[in-house]
Design a protein around this ligand. Sequence first.
Ligand code: FAD
Length: 373
Amino acid sequence: MPDISKNHADVIIIGGGMAGVSLAARLAPLASVRLLEREAQLGYHSTSRSAAMFIPNYGTPLLRKLILASEDKLRGDSVVEGGVLTPRGELAMVGADETDSLNTYLEGSVGLSLITPAEAAELCPILLEDKFVSAVYDAAAADIDVDRLFQGFIRLARKAGAEITTKTEVHAISRKGEDWQVSTNQGDFQASIIVNASGAWAGVIGEMASVSPITITPCRRSAAMITLPEGQSPDSWPMIASISETWYAKPDAGRLMVSPADQDPIAPCDAWVDDLVLAEGIDRFEQATTVKVTRLEHQWAGLRSFADDHEPVVGFDPNAPGFFWLAGQGGNGIQTPPALSMIAKELILGEAGPQTLADVEMLAQLSPGRFVS
Ligand SMILES: Cc1cc2nc3c(=O)[nH]c(=O)nc-3n(C[C@H](O)[C@H](O)[C@H](O)COP(=O)(O)OP(=O)(O)OC[C@H]3O[C@@H](n4cnc5c(N)ncnc54)[C@H](O)[C@@H]3O)c2cc1C
């Protein structure tokens, strides 16, 4: 097991969400790793607030490749015995004015079926058929057991010797000889490599370390849990969404999670719902379905953080030796970490190349260097 001295490690990871812990699990068998998390609870921010969906056809071509590259790890035993996916399916509903969104969605997609509104309503009986002209069904979409996946990564990381500390806020980062010095409320720590896995705070941590000014914009996404009328159980329904992502709803243990699919840029924070945005989104959901929402069981918001081109930022900063970015996962930071953490590990250990998970084109698309002239 790699040695970790009191204050020095090979790698310090800043951020104990899905990005940070998945990388700690990969690196810890091969390098000494210290993970620092500000909150008392790992995964407190975006990681514990997601819709927990695996949707292979979601996002840009690069993201779709990363999702597919993660699939066998999510289905197989390597992180959690038995995997973490349960079949759900996804129906993306197409309105008369949404042909452009449909074409974008179909481009480069795999395994989708184009079906009629009537066929869609057979799969999910609350849908109002006359509001749509068609629907796209993705049978491979699945629920992700986020907690099991997250705990699986934590277990692997700890077992391999990673030091994970909570209530440890990084407030300054500087160079100390060949190393980075990371100052926290629990003292100073050194490492030759630091990883910025701080989610919505990735831009703040970058600024703190005076590395390349890469913009990572946190965007709020809200959600509410609703209960359906007596006798209606959504458990066997697929997730339903408007194809242009103006609302979505997902069954969750007898209830329905409904989201306005908002994407409003805000400063990094402990995100909370904007009531008006949520109400407008619920109205769009009601117009597409037979459901009349009378009561919200509970509501929440989380941050999805994006680089300017909406692709993840994974790689060493070209202007700051030993500073590694693992940021900008946006709305894909639960379904892509099995692949992203592997790519990050290969880059950090100098293994990445044509024989490894990431091809050269993918590495260039992920590289922070794409933002640096
Ligand atoms: C409503 C919603 C639905 C979503 N649905 C899905 C989905 O269905 N599928 C999917 O794949 N993704 C989904 N996502 C996206 C996914 O949740 C995120 O991409 C992912 O959780 C990001 O993980 P992270 O580790 O980068 O960030 P986080 O989980 O936010 O972790 C970053 C951590 O860094 C810590 N940190 C920050 N600054 C410091 C500091 N100075 N010192 C110490 N620690 C610090 C924070 O406290 C935080 O815990 C959704 C997101 C939301 C909000």
